[in-house]
Design a protein around this ligand. Structure first.
Ligand code: UD1
Length: 367
């Protein structure tokens, strides 16, 4: 495949830091990169601020889709993306992660016979009630290039019967972006602005429907956070969907709920935190890359590598277990370990593979 034009899709907050290093790499090699923003996330704090922090170009196409049920959002993206793809005629469409924009654009491209590359292929939580799990499995199924971030993802794809020549272990693009920006992030004045000191607070992000949409579950999680905050102050930058749910519940005194932060400030807040409590996928990875202890308040994770080779502990949603694990983090020092190929060079491996269309290669690391 000659590689002259690559179309990249980004729609939701965690997509932006994944497309950024791939675009940089394409620019360096003089390959045309077309960026499509679906508009799945549209609040300035969920999109524009992150674009500015990452130095991401203004999207070539903004589909302006916005919120809706899963079916409505996915269908609207598909409808709006099809004419863009027909007009642009790229050699390949790159989709990243597991959000509705990822699935919608992968389906459109596959049906138009355009090659699809999935960055972050092979991750599996095996929890079919997670919308992201459906998105991951279906996106992989229609993709020509499966770019896996870690060896466990390669194993999952092999077990599902994908041939080795479609699987490429390239590492983690989110870590490319983190390593590029972390030194600058550490110089941000955000800690002082918030009255926090390095390693003197915990950082919380919870936004999964399974954790925040049910008031009973959210109350129980808040109770756990309340107990932890008696030992260390907690900062909770809340996703817009969570702000509404939190507004109706009492917030424990040691827990500060804030608006979301931009990429650099949030990276600074992660790097300086004593511990992070989350249900996010990307934050499990970023804390591993930073060597910061992470407690994941879920029953499953699609990123087990962050447990076996990182700083993540899957603690579930029971109050006693969350509090016990958090207090243990306050007492013990976590060792930093980083999975293979999480070295800042995942995007060059992806672009090299696409350029050479190395379909005869084995599912091996692209060092
Ligand atoms: C999406 C992803 C999730 C990812 C998360 C990161 C899917 C299925 N889910 O979840 O995997 O972890 O992004 O943030 O794609 N809203 C706003 N402003 C915005 C965006 C959303 O107010 O800019 C509110 C709206 O009420 C909306 C709700 O958040 O209905 C949910 O947004 P949606 O894009 O459907 O899913 P997320 O929860 O953001």
């Amino acid at each position: 495949m000659s590689l002259d034009k690559v179309l990249l899709v980004a729609g939701a907050r965690p997509n932006f830091m994944k497309v950024a290093p791939i675009i940089d790499c394409l620019d360096e090699r003089g390959i045309k990169a077309v960026l499509v923003h679906t508009g799945q996330h549209y609040d300035p704090l969920m999109s524009d601020v992150i674009f500015a922090d990452l130095g991401l170009r203004i999207p070539d196409h903004h589909l302006g889709i916005g919120s809706g049920s899963h079916a409505v959002q996915t269908a609207r993206i598909m409808e709006a993306f099809e004419p863009v793809l027909l007009a642009e005629q790229p050699d390949v469409v790159v989709v990243v992660g597991d959000v509705n924009s990822t699935l919608a654009c992968a389906l459109v491209a596959a049906k138009l016979g355009v090659k699809v590359a999935h960055v972050e292929a092979g991750l599996r939580s095996r929890d079919w009630t997670m919308p992201e799990e459906v998105n991951r499995v279906v996106t992989d199924r229609v993709s020509d290039f499966l770019f896996a971030p870690s060896a466990d993802a390669v194993d999952n794809l092999r077990q599902e019967g994908y041939p080795d020549d479609r699987i490429h272990l390239v590492g983690n693009v989110m870590v490319d972006t983190l390593l590029k920006h972390v030194a600058l992030a550490r110089t941000r004045p955000i800690l002082g602005d918030l009255g926090l000191v390095s390693k003197g607070y915990g950082l919380v992000t919870l936004h999964r429907p399974s954790n925040v949409d049910d008031p009973l579950m959210l109350s129980s999680l808040l109770a756990a956070l309340g107990e932890i905050s008696q030992h260390i102050p907690l900062l909770y930058p809340a996703h817009p969907r969570t702000r509404g749910a939190l507004a109706t519940l009492p917030i424990p005194p040691g827990l500060t709920v804030s608006s979301p932060f931009g990429y650099l400030d949030f990276l600074a807040l992660q790097a300086h935190a004593l511990l992070v409590l989350t249900d996010s996928g990307g934050i499990q990875e970023e804390t591993t890359a930073l060597g910061v202890p992470c407690l994941t308040l879920r029953e499953t994770t699609e990123r087990p590598i962050t447990i076996t080779e990182g700083t993540n502990v899957l603690v579930g949603r029971r109050k006693a277990r969350i509090v016990k694990a958090a207090l243990a983090c306050l007492r013990t020092k976590t060792q930093q370990r980083t999975p293979a190929l999480w070295d800042g060079n995942a995007a060059p491996r992806i672009v090299r593979t696409l350029s050479s269309d190395n379909q005869s290669g084995q599912a091996q690391s692209m060092v």
